[in-house]
Design a protein around this ligand. Structure first.
Ligand SMILES: [Zn+2]
Length: 107
């Protein structure tokens, strides 16, 4: 799916994985991008929200007392939810990347 348009070469930056990365590269011109400040908030929040939601659902709804099975379902649904959140983030442009500044590379 398309994440955004490359500022340098004006081509689409796409990803096949529905995960959020802190750093990406334009596959056409190799320009490095990083998450902008606003997106960092989501980056921290998405995994947290996913796990909390999955735990809540499994505690409330799952009929099993099997802890191992519960853990599997929590992890599985948290991962799924995380992917959905990332997908929505890219789709609705909550998640934006900015061109990585040269000065930060030197640090
Ligand atoms: Zn590019």
């Amino acid at each position: 799916m398309k994440i955004q348009t490359c500022e340098v070469c004006q081509k689409d930056i796409t990803t096949r994985k529905k995960f959020m990365f802190t750093h990406i590269k334009c596959e056409h011109c190799q320009t490095p991008y990083e998450l902008d400040a606003k997106s960092w908030k989501w980056y921290m929040l998405f995994p947290f929200v996913s796990v909390m939601f999955a735990m809540f659902v499994s505690i409330r709804i799952l009929p099993t007392e099997d802890i191992f099975l519960k853990m599997l379902i929590i992890l599985g649904s948290a991962r799924l939810l995380y992917r959905i959140l990332c997908y929505l983030g890219f789709y609705f442009h909550f998640l934006n990347y900015q061109v990585r500044k040269k000065s930060q590379e030197d640090l």
